[in-house]
Design a protein around this ligand. Sequence first.
Ligand SMILES: Cc1ncc(COP(=O)(O)O)c(C=O)c1O
Length: 462
Amino acid sequence: MNNLQATGKDWWRAAAAGIPHLITETPGPRSKQMHANTAKYMKGLSSQVKLFPVCFEEGSGITLTDVDGNKYLDFSSGIYVTSLGHCHPKISEAIAYWAGKLMNAHDFTTPVKEKLMEKMASILPGKLNAVQLYSDGTTAVEAAIRAARAISNKHEFISAYRDFHGKSMSAVSCAQMYRSETFSYGPSRAPGFYMVPRPDPYRPLWEKADGTIDTDAYIRFYENFIKEGTVGNVAAFVLEPAQGWAGSIFPPDDFFPKLKTLCEKHDILLYDDEVLAGMGRTGEWLTLNHWGVIPDIVTFGKSFGNGFPVTAMVVSEENGEALEKISASSSYGGNPMACAAALASIEVIEEENLLEHVKTVGAFFMKRMEQMKSDHPIIGDVKGKGFLLGIELVKDKKTKEPFPEAGVAVYQKAFRKGLAWIPAGHILRMSPPLIMDEKYAAMGMNIIEDAITETEKEFGYR
Ligand SMILES: Cc1ncc(COP(=O)(O)O)c(C=O)c1O
């Protein structure tokens, strides 16, 4: 059935009946052939694809179908993108309507843009209501960096180890560098961009006497760093609210409130990059909502248009004027199809009460993962909020030595059993569609647990 014919909250269930359903070995023969034909020309593929070269042809809700007819349970949402399910009928219809009516009018107002602006202002906290729209996360991040300079009249930026913000010059400068890239053609962090450690509760750099992570020590270090390591011209802290690419790493609850206080003390903006974690993935519109912190700048992407390329950069009302100074618009940003996708996505989250649903099923995920941690010698840590989840694999629970070989093995084994997902390192990253219920959540975790058990046997842990 075409998704556009489906209606109601349960539109995705018919496609999901009987998944995973595998009729060939996976990747199957057609997948292998098509991938080989494509990879002759297409270079720079991600490790996930190289490790499991499947070729998908259809997506409906939580189900992905490959060209050999195999059906997979989706634990990836593309890459944190199709969060409301592949081809949600309301969203696909909204895009199709504008695809047949008006595709681009540069940054002139359109009826659907008017509605999106009003909707965004209604869901965002505080006075976060000065908006510009883009077509990928990286461009929104670049714009946010320029906006931070324009707002503060300062030029330095502090980000954190293992954060990720995209692949353009400023975005890369706020992120972990790819070693192979920097080895091959030299240093690539722009001047004025600095990195500091941020708290990872499983691997704390500074601990209190009771062994728990010492947030205050991080904040003290930042204060010292601002004084000694910068020229006193710091425009913004640039941080993911929770580190996605690094492995679903959430800071302790007191981190962002304390960081915000530090920022206010030094007149530094807090830029919260919610491209991956925002728009409901952790059960709030902004992940920072969990800690009652309102940032000065925020970016959205990925889930924002549920697969349609639309992203946003938002600053607070009093700083809206700065967007006039940076020539903020772009060719595709805010086109009618993009606005329709973003508006329909927000409406779906509201209409289907998904923020609450994500919190409930998220608690189920955490409980299930805690159980797995106590049952498995190679699971060092489990982490997450809502549907942004991670399982950290280690060689030894005491030394916490990362176990990337096991990560690869678990990834491939689970995929072969019919779970489409995204990890490729020692932290298994899960990003299921937010519409998923406990039945399918349990199904996916069972597949992962089976793959972990087999991997433990293979590496002599059982
Ligand atoms: C936190 C964060 N910011 C920015 C980006 C860049 O987004 P895009 O890939 O759409 O350019 C990403 C992509 O993964 C991200 O995770």
